[in-house]
Design a protein around this ligand. Structure first.
Ligand code: NAD
Length: 235
């Protein structure tokens, strides 16, 4: 049977593609107030501003490409049973060839109808891909509601958490790439790993984790994935 690997990725895996992290110095949250452009309250107060912000994110995404770390993660599917669980809202894992990608925080290239207060109860059938197109106020879904970004805004629940937990519980190896392990609930996912699972973290920064099961490879994602595939996960 193939080894089961859950790969949890954060903003760091896309940094070498030119998509900045949000929280690091000079990151997006130094320029924008996340509560205005990426929260449910911000959306209710000024949806046009939120749409503009995500229109800009789509333009940025169009201009970048997957890097060697995304490609190495996709290539692991030839040797292992791989599930990617990403906090990222970009599509670089898919563009690199990964076939099983669970987006915890939504996807920049997708939209769905705004449902009012209980927006968590949307159906997956209503979500659709607009590629890199812009969305404006007045752009309606087939049901007549305003289109909104298919993004888990600050202040909203993370609907795919249970599926992600099940995947991590089954893994032989949990590999975390480019995450500060500070954005909950995603940051706590690795704790669901079995006691026998091996856990690796690839991140150049000193990440404050005290779990003795974690081996920290203190490198950028591209170099870290080389070390993982060539020195650790050899078949
Ligand atoms: P995060 O928790 O995702 O942390 C980013 C981590 O990446 C940091 O620990 C940093 O040391 C590390 N890092 C920086 N350069 C790296 C590299 N070259 N290789 C490997 N690791 C590297 O924090 P955040 O940036 O505050 O993001 C918060 C949320 O916003 C997360 O859900 C994140 O996924 C999302 N986000 C998504 C994107 C995207 O879709 N590309 C970009 C930025 C942020």
């Amino acid at each position: 049977m193939k080894t089961k690997i859950s790969i949890l990725t954060g903003a760091g895996v896309s940094a070498e593609s030119g998509l900045g992290t949000y929280r690091d110095n000079g990151g997006l949250w130094d320029q924008y107030d996340p509560m205005e452009v990426a929260s449910i309250d911000g959306w209710r107060k000024n949806p046009g501003k939120v749409l503009d912000f995500y229109n800009m994110q789509r333009e940025k995404l169009r201009a970048v490409s997957p890097n060697a770390a995304h490609r190495a993660i996709a290539a692991l599917e030839e040797r292992a049973d791989v599930q990617v669980i990403t906090q990222n809202v970009d599509n670089l894992h898919e563009r690199a060839g990964s076939t099983r990608v669970l987006h915890l925080h939504g996807e920049t290239t997708k939209v769905r109808p705004d449902q009012g207060l209980y927006d968590i109860n949307f159906s997956e059938d209503e979500v659709f891909d607009i590629g890199y197109e812009a969305v404006r106020l007045g752009d309606m879904a087939p049901n007549g509601n305003q289109l909104r970004p298919h993004i888990v805004f600050f202040g909203e629940a993370v609907p795919k958490m249970e599926r992600a937990i099940e995947q991590v519980q089954q893994a032989d190896i949990v590999l975390i790439v480019g995450s500060s392990l500070q954005v909950y609930p995603a940051a706590g996912l690795y704790r669901y790993a079995r006691n026998t699972a091996r856990i690796f973290l690839i991140d150049p920064a000193e990440v404050p984790v005290r779990d003795p099961r974690i081996t920290h490879i203190r490198e950028k994602a591209t170099r870290g994935m080389e070390i993982f595939t060539e020195e650790i996960f050899k078949l």
